[in-house]
Design a protein around this ligand. Structure first.
Ligand code: GDP
Ligand code: MG
Length: 302
């Protein structure tokens, strides 16, 4: 046997699923200790598959952030659900996150449970009841029972992604259930691999923060250039796509003010994520009906 091989090492993919706003991105960010997935007080900002790679002494956990379940009333919704189902079926484990502060359990949780039952492979499911910082003891016991009744799973794990409750126990539990094997990625690769995608997500996030309800979900981001600069910083050029001319005006704002604000927020977030100085150049383009155009969805990487 190869003496370099550590046979005790475990490595694998954990699909993080749950309906929008239950705290999946927050959980991944807290587990990773850095900003990887976009977090928003509003649902549905995470449209792309994102990964956080957590490398421990004896395990590597690769988190796949599946987009929430939507009514597939346009092609984007269909696309997301198809990708979500694929990611779930390919995973070694599924981490099913629900919002413990809501009572009774949401009917969409039942829809997700049904979706799980239809998968061609049946990875083991860990049920995490999140936001327990909002519950007292009685509510906690109630919620645990309600979800046990709903899901018939093994004992759920009670966590708080923001306060940190039980997160070490969760990591231990996940790691113990992964298959034995070498790590899939070298440790340094954690952010390198996805920096472009993460940057696109953070730009979208910044746009949604500043635009509020004016241009709801009609924007897509394409990173055109992401290059290292001599001084250790990065240069990012990105295009914000909107569906209508009127939206273009809103995104640019009077004298370019709005676009500037979006760029500044995005720059701060990307600098915090990558730990280096960032220069961002944003432009806005109209692409009519990009949401219903399969080709452009593919081009955007959805
Ligand atoms: P996602 O759509 O499932 O990825 O949800 P997000 O991670 O974007 O979180 C949605 C909202 O729930 C955000 O406002 C988070 O701050 C909040 N949130 C997430 N986890 C917790 C938690 O453990 N406790 C509380 N009180 N709020 C949380
Ligand atoms: Mg999210």
């Amino acid at each position: 046997m190869d003496s370099n091989k550590n046979t005790d090492f475990r490595s694998g993919f954990v699909a993080v699923m749950g309906r929008p706003n239950v705290g999946k991105s927050t959980l991944i960010n807290t587990l990773m200790g850095q900003k990887i997935a976009a977090v928003s007080p509003r649902p549905q900002t995470t449209r792309q598959m994102q990964m956080g790679i957590l490398t421990l002494e004896d395990a590597q956990i690769i988190f796949v952030d599946t987009p929430g379940l939507h009514n597939p009333h346009h092609k984007l919704g269909e696309y997301m659900n198809k990708h979500a189902a694929e990611a779930l079926g390919d995973a070694d484990l599924i981490l099913f996150v629900v919002d413990g502060s809501e009572s009774p359990p949401h009917e969409e949780d039942q829809i997700l449970i049904n979706l799980l039952k239809e998968l061609r492979t049946q990875p083991e499911v860990i049920l995490a009841i999140n936001k327990i910082d909002r519950l007292d003891e009685n509510e906690l016991a109630d919620r645990q029972k309600e979800y046990l009744d709903l899901y018939l799973a093994a004992e759920p794990i009670l966590i708080s992604a923001t306060r940190g409750d039980q997160l070490q126990a969760l990591i231990k539990l996940l790691a113990s259930k992964l298959p034995e094997g070498e790590p899939f990625y070298p440790e340094e690769q954690i952010t390198d691999l996805y920096e472009r995608e993460i940057a696109a997500d953070l730009i979208r996030e910044a746009a949604l923060i500043h635009l509020r309800d004016e241009v709801p979900h009609a924007i897509a981001i394409r990173v055109d250039e992401y290059t290292e600069r001599g001084d250790g910083g990065a240069y990012i050029a990105a295009t914000i796509f909107v569906e209508r001319d009127s939206q273009k005006g809103i995104v640019i704002g009077k004298g370019g003010k709005m676009l500037k604000r979006i760029g500044t927020t995005a720059r701060h977030e990307i600098e915090a994520m990558s730990g280096r100085k960032v220069f961002i150049k944003l432009r806005v383009k109209v692409r009519k009906n990009w949401r219903n155009d399969e080709n452009s969805l593919r081009r955007f990487g959805f």
